[in-house]
Design a protein around this ligand. Structure first.
Ligand SMILES: [Zn+2]
Length: 419
């Protein structure tokens, strides 16, 4: 099953790459099982250009593009066996940092931060000169003016691959009735974007996935609701895609799970956020800024979203879904009170990009602070995570119970929304 899925996605990747005609190369002779391995990323200077070269056991299709604000160069590969740490030879500017990780289920992405506008002058693959050598994928970068860079961005708009993930771990229709409410759980971050990191090295992306699975199992076992996760493993999904997964599945509620890292070591407690253009306080505004950075870390073109999001926000204010989101947040806080530690005034709001589905009641839960040693320890504890998931389940129950038992849950919420 899993293999099948993967092959299907691989084909899609190939299609995307070939369709754009950026760098389509034949894969080496069919070694079926093993993924091509990456052993080196090197950045050097070559005839006035900056050359990124990636050492691989065989040639693969890859594609590269640039992004602005901040300047980045994105290289997408099919699944590979990554055999190097994060060390690379950085020969100084323009490349200031880089990172690697999953982007969607089937794309492996390298993001290079650059300190000035560049264009991709050419991409090609160098075959091995002899048996001992490897294939090299080469991306040559040329320094350009800001005007020229902006023109490239305009031209590439709409041509970048979307990698829309279908949503993971769908469990619908078997245990619960087909018309029972659909809960979408969104484990934040993933893959190339680890999210916040605790003192003991705990990654937010791992903790939120563990809690999400606990909650998913409870929802599934209740038989009262259908449940879907935006991701079920360690890969990244763009913020906009997360809520689009929920919308296209016809979700009733959307719960995004996070664990923050506060600049203040003493900060502790859980909080529940809803969307607003005006943040409830400065702390909430700063948190939303940190969370919205996820797309930036993962190399997503955010500029594409801007106009849409503004429109959606205005629209949203008039809709029932925001009212329902407040009720959902209230039900969750009421259910968690006394079970887990909450921040003072735990109901908060700010401009989280992931909460911008206009027709789904959406909340974001900061389950605790990885920057606080005690809370990091708690979130690593399976017993605590189970308690937390129990509380969240109670909150979901309260919310739907208040809406009327057994009613197909779309009642009220966005009944008029187009699907
Ligand atoms: Zn987060």
């Amino acid at each position: 099953m899993i293999e099948e899925g993967r092959n299907r996605h691989r084909r899609r990747f190939r299609h995307i790459a070939a369709g754009l005609g950026l760098a389509a190369l034949l894969a080496g002779a069919g070694q079926a099982a093993a993924e091509p391995s990456v052993s080196e990323v090197r950045i050097s200077r070559h005839e006035g250009l900056t050359r990124i070269s990636i050492g691989l056991s065989e040639a693969v299709q890859f594609r590269a593009h640039v992004l602005g604000a901040p300047y980045r160069v994105i290289v997408d590969l099919p699944p590979v066996d990554w055999r190097l740490g994060t060390e690379a030879r950085l020969d100084g500017p323009p490349v200031t940092a880089w990172r690697y990780g999953s982007f969607g289920k089937d794309v492996r992405r390298i993001v290079f931060d650059v300190d000035r506008p560049v264009r991709i002058q050419k991409t090609f693959a160098l075959p091995p000169k002899d048996k001992a050598q490897e294939w090299r994928l080469v991306i040559d970068l040329e320094r350009i003016s800001k005007d020229e860079f902006d023109r490239i961005l305009r031209e590439q708009r709409g041509t970048l691959p979307d990698y829309t993930a279908p949503g993971d771990e769908a469990r619908a229709g078997q245990r619960a009735r087909r018309d029972s409410p659909l809960v979408v759980i969104d484990p934040g971050h993933g893959g190339i974007d680890p999210g916040a990191t605790g003192k003991n090295g705990t990654s937010e992306k791992d903790i939120v996935l563990l809690v999400a699975k606990e909650l998913r199992d409870r929802i599934w076992n209740s038989g009262k609701y259908r449940v879907l996760m935006t991701r079920g493993a360690d890969y990244y999904i763009a913020l906009r895609q997360r809520f689009e997964i929920a919308r296209s599945a016809g979700a009733d509620i959307f719960i995004s799970l996070h664990a923050d890292s506060s600049p203040f070591r003493a900060s502790r407690g859980l909080s529940v956020y809803t969307l607003s253009a005006q943040a409830s306080d400065e702390e909430a505004a700063a948190l939303a800024r940190r969370e919205n950075r996820a797309d930036l870390v993962a190399g997503v073109d955010i500029s594409r979203n801007d106009t849409r999001v503004a429109g959606i926000l205005i629209d949203l204010a008039q809709r029932q879904s925001l009212h329902n989101a407040h009720r959902l947040a209230g039900a969750i806080v009421a259910a968690l009170e006394g079970r887990v530690e909450l921040v003072p005034k735990p109901l908060r709001s700010a401009g989280f990009a992931v909460l911008k589905a206009p027709d789904v009641a959406s909340v974001l839960i900061e389950m605790g602070h990885l920057s606080n040693p005690k809370e990091e320890h708690q979130l690593r504890d399976p017993g605590y995570r189970a308690k937390l998931a129990d509380g969240l389940m109670k909150g979901i129950d309260r919310y739907f119970a208040a809406k009327g038992k057994g009613t197909p849950a779309r009642q009220g919420a966005a009944a008029d929304a187009e699907r």
